[in-house]
Write a protein that binds this ligand. Structure first.
Ligand SMILES: C[S@@+](CC[C@H](N)C(=O)[O-])C[C@H]1O[C@@H](n2cnc3c(N)ncnc32)[C@H](O)[C@@H]1O
Length: 201
């Protein structure tokens, strides 16, 4: 991280939070007596604003139209989503972008790091070309508490399930070499710790 990035990050934090100071003061004092859930809602609003309304201070942000051009494509949604909520994979905006990317880029081989319950895996399967294959990596089942891939494993005949192949392992030590140069789209969403994101990317 260079000096300019640090400066940008500082100015970003200042601009984001300066207007919040009076509200932080209010939310952490007298308002607690009349509205105990207020601080929680307020924190959520701050996080939402950070995620959705400002450019990333270090990497910058792109509008998806600037990357791909404006297009008219229909996307298909499956399962629950939130129209506004921070740090949640059911965020409508994130899911819509992902489905849109599948429709526009039409990948034939997708690699996802971080299957979780398989919500984004299934979304990509539904919105990608019929001959697309989706490889999705997560830790071993006995290392996590959720049922990995349950969103596409259900028995009621989910056709797009055939596109998906589950892989298991730690993304920092997994042998990706069989897939080098072959993937048309890689979705990095496993461990969000900095060193993992750097290594996975
Ligand atoms: C944010 S969730 C993925 C969400 C999923 N892409 C979705 O939106 O439906 C992160 C997943 O990464 C897995 N994970 C965490 N650390 C990992 C690692 N080092 N290697 C592989 N998977 C990891 C977790 O078990 C979890 O299921």
């Amino acid at each position: 991280m260079n000096f300019e990035s640090v400066l940008n990050a500082g100015s970003y934090l200042f601009k984001t939070y300066i207007t919040a100071i009076p509200r932080i003061f209010y939310r952490s004092s007298i308002s607690l007596m009349i509205d105990p859930k207020g601080p929680q809602r307020f924190l959520q609003q701050v996080l939402n604003a950070q995620d959705l309304e400002s450019d990333d201070p270090v990497l910058g942000s792109f509008d998806i139209d600037d990357l791909l051009g404006r297009g008219e494509v229909d996307v298909e949604f499956i399962g629950p989503y939130h129209s506004r909520r921070s740090s949640d994979t059911r965020l409508l905006q994130e899911l819509a972008c992902l489905a849109y990317l599948m429709r526009v880029l039409q990948p034939h081989l997708v690699f996802e790091m971080g299957t979780f319950v398989g919500r984004t895996t299934r979304l990509m399967a539904v919105n990608s070309p019929h001959d697309c294959r989706i490889l999705t990596l997560d830790l071993a089942q006995d290392q996590v508490e959720h049922q990995i891939g349950e969103a596409f494993q259900r028995d009621e005949g989910i056709p797009e399930k055939d596109k998906i192949k589950q892989l298991y392992g730690d993304s920092r030590t997994f042998d990706f070499s069989p897939y080098y140069g072959l993937c048309d789209f890689v979705w990095v969403d496993a461990c969000h710790d900095y060193k993992y994101v750097v290594s996975d990317t």
